[in-house]
Design a protein around this ligand. Structure first.
Ligand code: GDP
Ligand code: MG
Length: 297
């Protein structure tokens, strides 16, 4: 395909403070669950590309970890750097805010927006506004803050106005042949995605009890015909966190593994046999005592 065919392809960064719904928006835009979402801020630590391809255009989305201004830890600094980098090499930026809410954290992200790339203001969670009449003044107020090329109110969760948003983005994509094959939805490896899906379940199940020090490692990922055999390990810092994750009679771990396995089966389009272990990163010799979760045995 040559450029003269009018095909468009480009990169789109999704930025905004934690919790505005960036990952949800990405998931719903590409209709696949590839980026993890959670009520807690900061669950997305890596850049994730999600790809939407249609007859006229290819949209390559970059979901970014939220800007974190409050805590200047090493992790946060690294994440902020990733966000800044991800804004530099894109064709369009979606600056996501929450309807009716514009605070200090939003402002800090706004200050980082580059001048030379079109920025679309996406007002998310419009379903949450108790009174729809509140939207217009909020739009007017935020429109004055920056030279946005467009403003699109949406509800990512309820798939409202997402088609409008896609058409808006399309206008700002450059003419290019597609970068990825049509059936690719992400350039992340399945191994990575499997870990992300499980990590999301851990965050959802455990709530406030376990800090962000939890990580997931895929120790084995084997393709056997139409079956993916996956061994995953949830790494925690302390013995008591292990107990929390496993739950009474292993119930919590079982639930998490089952939900993660279902998501993986949908995403990979195959059967998945998943075994999950919980290990304490630094500790005693019996660290590796673990529960086997249910695959579909
Ligand atoms: P991120 O930190 O910006 O990536 O935010 P997430 O995508 O993880 O979403 C944070 C929370 O907001 C989750 O509980 C989502 O379900 C919720 N959320 C996202 N979009 C919407 C929306 O359009 N409406 C409502 N009511 N909730 C939403
Ligand atoms: Mg996110």
């Amino acid at each position: 395909m040559s450029v003269s065919d009018g095909y468009k392809a480009g990169y789109i960064a999704i930025v905004g403070r934690p919790n505005v719904g960036k990952s949800t928006l990405l998931n719903h835009l590409i209709k696949q669950k590839i980026s993890i979402t959670s009520r807690k801020a900061q669950t997305t630590r890596h850049r994730i590309h999600g790809i939407l391809t249609d007859a006229q255009s290819q949209f390559i989305f970059v979901d970014t970890p939220g800007f974190q201004m409050r805590h200047r830890s090493q992790l946060n600094q690294t994440m902020n750097r990733v966000v800044l980098q991800s804004m530099q090499n894109v064709d369009v930026i979606l600056f996501v805010v929450e309807a009716g809410q514009f605070g200090r954290e939003d402002e800090q992200v706004l200050e980082q927006l580059p001048e030379n790339i079109p920025v679309v203001l996406v007002i998310n969670k419009i379903d949450r506004l108790p009174d729809k009449l509140q939207l217009l003044p909020f739009m007017q107020k935020t429109a004055d803050l920056f030279d946005f090329v467009d403003i699109v109110p949406v509800s990512a969760l309820q798939n409202k106005q997402l088609t409008d948003l896609i058409e808006t983005i399309r206008r700002y994509l450059p003419e290019n042949p597609p970068v990825f094959a049509e059936d690719e939805i992400t350039d992340r490896s399945e191994r990575f995605l499997a870990a992300e899906l499980l990590r999301e379940k851990v965050f959802r199940q455990i709530g406030e009890e376990v800090p962000y020090s939890v990580s997931v490692v895929i120790e084995q990922f084997v393709l056997e015909g139409n079956l993916r055999r996956i061994h995953a390990c949830i790494l925690v810092e302390r013995e008591n966190q292990k107990a929390i994750i496993i739950g009474k009679q292993g119930k919590k771990l079982k639930d998490m593994a089952m939900q993660a396995r279902k998501d993986m089966e949908v995403l990979f389009g195959s059967k998945v046999y998943l075994e999950v272990w919980v290990k304490v990163k630094s500790g005693w010799a019996d660290d590796t005592v673990a529960l086997k979760s249910l695959g579909y045995e």
